[in-house]
Design a protein around this ligand. Structure first.
Ligand SMILES: [Zn+2]
Ligand SMILES: [Zn+2]
Length: 460
């Protein structure tokens, strides 16, 4: 076993600009006398309002030595171009898939929120300074500091970031998943013992069922619904969840004659995914399964029908699909029903009691998705060809307990295996964090940070 290096800390501090005891605005500054390293720089999405920025970042942007991005999700990446706006001219480290995905998300953010936080020009500056790195490749990011990206099992290209800071090993998990999913076999961990573990805690004590169980349920319901000539609507997050759902449907032999329509940004994310179908980025098991099915890509299955967003008037296709007398599955955005093509489908199919509306992801409080999830039937929708209107939802509602985040067992295992004596829990809600804090109190001194307040990392 590799021994922990014994060194004294040169007072390394951590400051969180968000994601302390909540999810959103992940951004953490590690600093000592001579260095400043920023991990992630996300925004907090607030339903029906503009997003919230990790404001403290503005004051340190032009002092940081390096910026590292764990993965593309907007709660980790949405504020990154602001760093360029505020004078940061250094490198932006991320994996190649993250670079491709995040660029699309940044363009989409400009469309939704305009230049509130940053402009196209800032985005160009960032893009020129992105350095892509592979998993398990150590790179020097500043004098005496190296970083290594480690598979997080969360979404394509997602990484945990291991920092060797003059001999102190700090692991920031970003978002991790321990469950085996169609594309990934769960997170990896570094071989070495860690001094400080900064760990997400999204699910807290919430139990996450194995994917195999959830996927069997999804397949059964898809068959039942479509055999009766009805439609199944699956609003889904464009990055990660949609690909997972589509792969599950693609591998289901009983569904191979059922049309599966794919709408919204999911299509461009599928194309990015297709570029990275190698052992470097996805599991061997997944690649073997593709081979067994005779597919180069899961999205080239014959029954898959992407809805082109160009030329304009995609609503004509949406109308045609919805009215067509056939059983079909529609996988579309947005995942929390806050906008996107799902509203048009709800306009066309939402009052049909034979339609199934299936939830495939967590619904944040205050979103349209959450209110439907909680039983609300009177909803306001904005389809792509009409003004806002109210409808009484009559569809059947199904809830699939997918999660892209680690189960409580996975969190505990990471805490134990890394042997960290300093555990900082981030990206979760406080009730859940307290439960986990309690569990590890004998092996470490776990804690939750206070937003905007710098605190010292604890030495062994
Ligand atoms: Zn994420
Ligand atoms: Zn996140």
């Amino acid at each position: 076993m590799i021994q922990k290096k014994v060194i004294t800390m040169n007072d390394i501090n951590i400051t969180a600009y968000g994601a302390t005891n909540f999810v959103g605005r992940s951004s953490f500054l590690l600093s000592d006398r001579d260095h400043k390293i920023l991990l992630d720089c996300g925004i907090e999405l607030i339903p029906k309002q503009y997003s919230k920025a990790p404001t403290g970042v503005d004051f340190v942007a032009n002092e940081i030595d390096a910026f590292l991005l764990s993965h593309a999700h907007i709660d980790h990446s949405g504020y990154v171009p602001r760093l360029a706006k505020k004078g940061y001219n250094g490198n932006y480290y991320m994996t190649a898939p993250t670079k491709d995905i995040v660029y699309k998300l940044w363009l989409d953010h400009l469309k939704i929120e305009g230049r509130r936080h940053w402009s196209e020009l800032d985005l160009d500056k960032v893009y020129r300074n992105i350095k892509t790195i592979d998993y398990k490749k150590k790179i020097k990011i500043s004098d005496g500091i190296t970083a290594e990206f480690i598979n997080a099992g969360h979404v394509l290209g997602a990484a945990q970031i291991l920092i060797d800071w003059e001999g102190n090993l700090i692991l920031y998990t970003g978002d991790i998943n321990d469950r085996v999913t169609p594309m990934f076999d769960g997170y990896d961990l570094p071989e070495e013992d860690i001094s400080t573990l900064i760990i997400e805690s999204t699910n807290g004590e919430r139990y996450v069922p194995e994917r195999s169980k959830i996927n069997v349920g999804l397949g059964m319901l898809a068959r039942q619904t479509t055999e009766g000539g009805n439609k199944m609507l699956l609003p889904s997050f464009a990055v990660g969840r949609s690909q997972e759902i589509l792969i599950t449907l693609a591998f289901d032999e009983d569904l191979k004659d059922v049309p599966i329509y794919i709408d919204g940004m999911i299509n461009s994310m599928n194309m990015i995914t297709e570029h990275y179908l190698s052992e470097k980025w996805v599991s061997k098991r997944f690649l073997e399964k593709l081979k067994e099915k005779g597919l180069n890509s899961p999205f080239e299955s014959e029954n898959f029908k992407p809805i082109p967003s160009l030329p304009d008037k995609p609503h004509r296709s949406r109308k045609y699909i919805s009215k067509k007398d056939e059983g079909a599955i529609i996988v579309t955005t947005s995942g929390m029903l806050e906008g996107g093509p799902i509203h048009t489908y709800l306009d066309l199919l939402g009052t049909n009691k034979n339609t199934v509306l299936g939830f495939t992801g967590y619904q944040v409080e205050g979103t349209t998705g959450r209110s439907i999830y909680d039983g609300e039937k009177e909803i306001t929708i904005q389809s792509d060809y009409r003004q806002k209107k109210n409808i009484t939802l009559k569809t059947q509602i199904m809830k699939f307990p997918y999660s892209g985040h680690s189960s409580v067992d996975g969190l505990k295992a990471a805490m134990k295996k890394t042997k960290a004596h300093d555990i900082i829990m981030v990206h979760g809600d406080q009730r859940n964090q307290i439960y986990i804090l309690d569990y590890v109190k004998d092996i470490a001194k776990p804690r939750i940070l206070e937003e905007g307040v710098s605190s010292e990392l604890r030495s062994a």
